[in-house]
Design a protein around this ligand. Structure first.
Ligand code: PLP
Length: 230
């Protein structure tokens, strides 16, 4: 059996070391435990253990777990997968943060739906496809400023930062330029200053590369297999 608490402690130690190496405080880095494929009973030991949130990439699975988990109110629920417009309503019912907003059409649809549901603000991150891999969702970095201008009227959508997925690399060191580029993009956006954009979260780093992500400024890591096993 997988000891998720022992795994979580080991991940936490590695984050603390990476933070120290780069002169950051370990407390400035939060972890979203990616629970796709993990049953509710498997997640339970992590609740109240210092995990910031759990992350799901399918709306149906997230809803089912949300309904089944008696601890549902004790943790944040983050959505990290590609969101189809016909699932927005259900997603908004439970998500505290959507990491994976990847099109203008989706932003407009979230804004409309939030209005219909009477939600004041929906916190989201813009997913950026830094590496340019055709298999990955996300905006290309250079179009992000234009996107933010285009959706300025979507006042129910609160842009709180950026998310990226780096390509898998045998040597995680090779992901560093991807993470660095996302951080620099965030700094640029902050400097430009958009009224509805706050550079609060840099969501990057997964099991294979989270230490490099911490060194490059990530403050929200999305970690699955290092905690729950492969
Ligand atoms: C599955 C997934 C993760 C976690 O991946 P691990 O390598 O298991 O840590 C992170 N982000 C997204 C978007 C995912 O789908």
């Amino acid at each position: 059996m997988v000891d998720v608490l022992a795994n979580w402690q080991a991940v936490r130690d590695r984050i603390a070391q990476a933070a120290q190496r780069s002169g950051r405080s370990p407390e400035s880095v939060q972890v979203v435990a990616v629970t796709k494929g993990v049953p509710v009973e498997g997640i339970a030991p992590l609740i109240d253990s210092g995990i910031a949130a759990i992350g799901e990439n399918r709306v149906q699975e997230a809803l089912a777990k949300h309904e089944a988990a008696e601890w549902r109110e004790r943790i944040e629920w983050h959505f990290i997968g590609h969101l189809q417009t016909n699932k927005i309503k259900q997603c908004l019912q439970i998500a505290d943060l959507i990491h994976s907003v990847d099109s203008v059409r989706l932003i407009r649809a979230i804004d409309r739906r939030a209005g219909a549901m009477g939600l004041e603000q929906v916190p989201v991150l813009l997913q950026v496809n830094v590496s340019g891999e055709s298999t990955k969702y996300g905006f290309i970095p250079s179009e992000v400023p234009k996107v933010l201008e285009e959706v300025i009227s979507c006042q129910r959508v609160a842009f709180q930062g950026l998310m990226t997925m780096a390509p898998y690399e045998e040597d995680p060191e090779r992901t560093r330029p991807v993470f660095r580029e996302l951080r620099l993009l965030g700094e640029k956006l902050q400097e430009k200053g958009f009224p509805h954009f706050e550079m609060k979260y840099l969501s990057m780093g997964m099991t294979n590369d989270f230490e490099v992500a911490v060194e490059e400024g990530a403050n929200l890591l999305r970690i699955g297999s290092a905690i729950f096993g492969a």
